[in-house]
Every structure is written in structure tokens, then in C-alpha cells.
Design a protein around this ligand. Structure first.
Ligand SMILES: [Zn+2]
Length: 401
């Protein structure tokens, strides 16, 4: 399986200029190939590939960039053409592929198979035709590095993304399954009665974002103060992302380590239902995005660990009684407790949903023995520091990663 690792790199001023120059050459070549293809639509991928070699003779500047890096530009172009063709096929109105007219439209340099080397002792990334760049290798690479992508993020920081081919390492079976309800009242409520608190930093950082945004709106566009404030805003967003990712990595790791099967609602279907009900706030958007990311992390980690993630149709998960199956249609969003008039079941609403989710994922085979009146509340700080272990004994504790 392929995994991506992100490492910070520290190119000197001179090297940054070299990389920028390479980016310009890459962008130029992309536009050149697209132009040739537009002029002569019969050209195939092999033809445009040959054009690179031919064009090198006319334009020796291209030789400044590693040859494999140039080849990948052709792949990129054809990838975009193919994607565009697919959209057209599906009946979407699409224009032509656009030329990358500005620096902002071409941001990555890609090395594939060759032209790069990682020196673990000197902690340097060696890139052919660019040079040696100091790198922070905060974790060990266990597989084979297939490619490296160099990118400058809006914060001004440079990163290298390693694409690594790894052998999957199945974790020992735990014989445990879990259903998870993702919510607003708690970030995640699971069928073992754990309620993971919403990360507080989301609210805190969100307030900060609003403040800086307001500040920015008072500055003159393009002025130095404007640029400064804009960078500040980018940095706050960046911080929010890092905190969020850390939390999501650890929470997903907790579930992957402790459960063989993990059941959740399919958010694609869920948001289709919810979007009809009106607009979402920005705050809600951030949460929404993080749920998606959380599920993607689970899927990604499950693949390597030999776990199963099941996504179910969310219809009725919150309105159905997890004890007898009776549907309570009068349940309001503000009702924190679920009360079943049919069997008398009285239970936390999100906990009830998580039981339904689990049941649905396992084909209706689980019935809780008793309702748990009190949920175990887990503050996010415990997740961050990896101090959570499951309710029942015998399961392994949370590990890093
Ligand atoms: Zn009932």
C-alpha cells in the first residue's frame, strides 16, 4: 500500500530561488505541451513525451531540471486531459484545459523513482539538479520511497511529501466491534458509551480567525499591513489544521488499535439529507470537514492494519429505538434523551444512535443488554496525550501513529 509522509524542509535562500526557477521551467513546459496538443489534437501521450526531448534542443533551459521531473509534467497534463474527458462524458459542461498563467497555478515539483536521495545521518534531502536541503525526519520510513513532491505552503514553509510503498501490517484481532456517531454535542459517541468531547481549540481558534478576518477587512488591499495580517490569518488556519489533524490521527488510531470492525454513518448520504434543511455556519463546515477527514483516516489506517470500516446509510439512526426498533418521529434536535414510548427505553440520544449504527453495520445482530444512563466523557486532551483505553479489559492501549 502507498502512504504519504510529510516532512518540513529548510532550503536556503539560494536553493529557494533554484526551486522557484525549476517551478517556472516546469510551468513553461506544461504550457508548451498543452499548446502543442491544442494545435494538433491527434498527438497522443507518447508523442508529447517525445516533444520534451526535441524541445530540449531548442530550449536548453529545460536541461536545468531533472529529466524525470520533466517527464512527470507530461503525465500531469494527460491526467488532467483524461479527467476533463471523463467530466464531459458524464454530461458536465467543461471548457478546455487552461494554461497555467501565473506562478500560483504551478506549485509542486515531483520526483519519481529517481533523482532523489535521503541521507539519514546528515539529515539532508538530495535532489538532483537542485541540491541538498536540510530536512526534519520526525519519523522513520519503513518502506521504499517511490517519489517525492516538493511544495511551498501558503505559510511560506517548505515541505517534502514522500510517497512510500509499505507492506501492510495486520494488527492482532481484538474480537471487538464498535459503532460511532459523529456529532456536535460530542465529537464522537460510541456504542461502548464513550463520549469524546469536541476539541475546544476549534472554538478558540475559530474566534481568533474571526478577529483576524475583521482586522484584515480594515486594511488597504495590497498594503504591507494587509499582507502582514493576511499571513497571520494563514498561520491561524494552519495552526487549526495541525491541531485538528493531531486530534484526528490519535482518535482514529485509538479505534483502529482496539476494534476489528468500526461502523459509522456514510456522510455523503447524511449531508445530502442535511443540506436540504438550510445553510450551515462556518463553524459547522469546519466540523463537517473534520468528520470526513476522520473517516478517511480510519479507512486509510484500517487498510494497513487489517481492520474493517463499515459505512452505513444514516436513515433513522437517531430516531429509531435501539432496543425495540420503534421509530419515534417526534424527536427534536434539542432532545438530548431518547425515550421510547413502545418499550420504555430511556437513553442518551447520541448513544442510542451509535447502537443503531453498530446494529446496522452488523446486519442487525447486536442488542444492548442494558442502557447506560451515564456516558464516559473523555476530554480531548486525553486523546491528544494518548491516555484513553477501552472500557472492557484485555484490549491494547492507545499507541502513537
Ligand atoms: Zn423501544
Amino acid at each position: 500500500m502507498m502512504r504519504t509522509y510529510k516532512f518540513r524542509i529548510y532550503p536556503s535562500k539560494r536553493l529557494q530561488e533554484t526551486i522557484e526557477e525549476h517551478l517556472n521551467i516546469c510551468r513553461y513546459l506544461y504550457n508548451y505541451l498543452l499548446e502543442q496538443k491544442t494545435k494538433n489534437p491527434k498527438l497522443n501521450k507518447g508523442d508529447t513525451q517525445k516533444l520534451i526531448t526535441l524541445h530540449k534542443k531548442e530550449n536548453p533551459e529545460l536541461k536545468k531540471v531533472h529529466s524525470k521531473v520533466l517527464q512527470i509534467i507530461n503525465n500531469k497534463l494527460w491526467g488532467s486531459l483524461k479527467a476533463l474527458g471523463k467530466l464531459k462524458q458524464n454530461g458536465h459542461k467543461v471548457g478546455r484545459l487552461r494554461f497555467k498563467s501565473s506562478k500560483n497555478h504551478y506549485k509542486t515539483i515531483e520526483y519519481n523513482q529517481s533523482g532523489f536521495k535521503v541521507d539519514y545521518t546528515t539529515k539532508r534531502l538530495k535532489l538532483s539538479k537542485i541540491g541538498e536541503i536540510p530536512i526534519t525526519l520526525h519519523r522513520k520510513i519503513k518502506g521504499v520511497i517511490k517519489g517525492i513532491i516538493i511544495k511551498k505552503e501558503p505559510t511560506g514553509k517548505w515541505f517534502a511529501f514522500f510517497q512510500v510503498e509499505e507492506e501492510p501490517k495486520p494488527l492482532p484481532k481484538t474480537n471487538k466491534v464498535i459503532g460511532i456517531d459523529l456529532g456536535i454535542n460530542g465529537y464522537a459517541i460510541d456504542s461502548e458509551g464513550n463520549k469524546f468531547e469536541n476539541p475546544k481549540f476549534i472554538d478558540k481558534t475559530f474566534d481568533k480567525i474571526k478577529k483576524v478576518q475583521k482586522n484584515l477587512s480594515r486594511k488597504v488591499r495590497g498594503s504591507n499591513n494587509y499582507k502582514k495580517t493576511k499571513l497571520k490569518l494563514i498561520n491561524v488556519y494552519d495552526k487549526l489544521n495541525n491541531q485538528k489533524n493531531d486530534f484526528l490521527h490519535k482518535l482514529s488510531r485509538y479505534y483502529i488499535n482496539n476494534y476489528d470492525k468500526i461502523v459509522l454513518e456514510d456522510l455523503k448520504i447524511k449531508s445530502m439529507i442535511e443540506n436540504k434543511k438550510g445553510q450551515k455556519t462556518l463553524n459547522r463546515h469546519i466540523l463537517d470537514g473534520s468528520w470526513r477527514k476522520f473517516i478517511n483516516l480510519l479507512l486509510y489506517k484500517a487498510e494497513g492494519a487489517g481492520r474493517e470500516v463499515i459505512l452505513i446509510n444514516p436513515a433513522y439512526t437517531s430516531k429509531k429505538c435501539s432496543n425495540c426498533g420503534f421509530v419515534v418521529s417526534s424527536l427534536k434536535l434539542s432532545d438530548r434523551l431518547f425515550f421510547c414510548p413502545n418499550c420504555g427505553w430511556n437513553i442518551d440520544r447520541d448513544y442510542n444512535a451509535s447502537l443503531n449504527i453498530l446494529k446496522s453495520g452488523l446486519g442487525g445482530s447486536v442488542v444492548p443488554v442494558e442502557g447506560r444512563p451515564l456516558l464516559r466523557i473523555i476530554p480531548y486532551i486525553k486523546v491528544i496525550s494518548g491516555q484513553v483505553s477501552p472500557m472492557s479489559q484485555g484490549a491494547p492501549s492507545v499507541r502513537e501513529g
